[in-house]
Design a protein around this ligand. Structure first.
Ligand code: RP5
Length: 173
């Protein structure tokens, strides 16, 4: 793997850190290097734009932006770079992430954001997608992705085999 972080984890606030930690955990399981920063589309718009403009020349390959409420971070970053940008929606407001979903998902044509689900689930999938993007140029990473999918399938099969016994236990009077 190339030296230096290939993935940036951005979040709109430090209050987003617990959810975004799930993202970092999955990246680490793939041994993908990352950097992590707070950047806000609303509170630090100039810094966010500068970061996005410099990202490619710094060697970054994928940017993941997690934000809640009126979540414009992923879109604001995508406006300033052609690198793939993945948006993670955080349930940090009384609208539980629905606001973040609507603020992120409908980017106008030409400036895409790959929008994940809400909360830690979406954060984990953002990491798997970042790994899949990087794997297009990295056979070792591609092998890891394939091995993980095979393990997941084996686990489901194992659970399916156990299902009749578990069902009998549940149905016991
Ligand atoms: C968003 O507002 C952040 O991404 C965070 O999810 C939410 C609340 O931020 P704090 O008020 O906790 O800093 O911009």
């Amino acid at each position: 793997m190339a030296a230096g972080p290939q993935v940036a984890i951005l979040m709109g606030s430090d209050s987003d850190l617990p959810a975004m930690a799930e993202y970092a955990r999955v990246l680490e399981s793939y041994a993908i290097q990352y950097e992590v920063k707070i950047l806000s589309a609303h509170r630090t718009p100039e810094r966010a734009a500068r970061f996005a403009r410099r990202a490619e020349s710094r060697g970054l390959k994928v940017i993941v932006a997690g934000a809640g409420a009126a979540a414009h971070l992923a879109g604001a970053i995508a406006a300033h770079t052609t690198l793939p940008v993945i948006g993670v929606l955080l349930a940090s407001s009384p609208l539980s992430g629905f606001d973040a979903l609507l603020s992120t998902v409908q980017m106008p044509p030409g400036v895409p954001v790959a929008t994940m689900g809400v909360g830690p689930m979406g954060a984990k999938n953002a990491a798997h997608l970042a790994a899949a993007i990087l794997a297009t140029g990295n056979p070792t990473l591609r092998k890891k992705l394939k091995a993980r999918r095979a393990k997941m399938a084996a686990e489901v099969l194992g659970k399916s085999v156990c299902l009749p016994r578990r069902l009998r236990q549940l149905l016991k009077p």
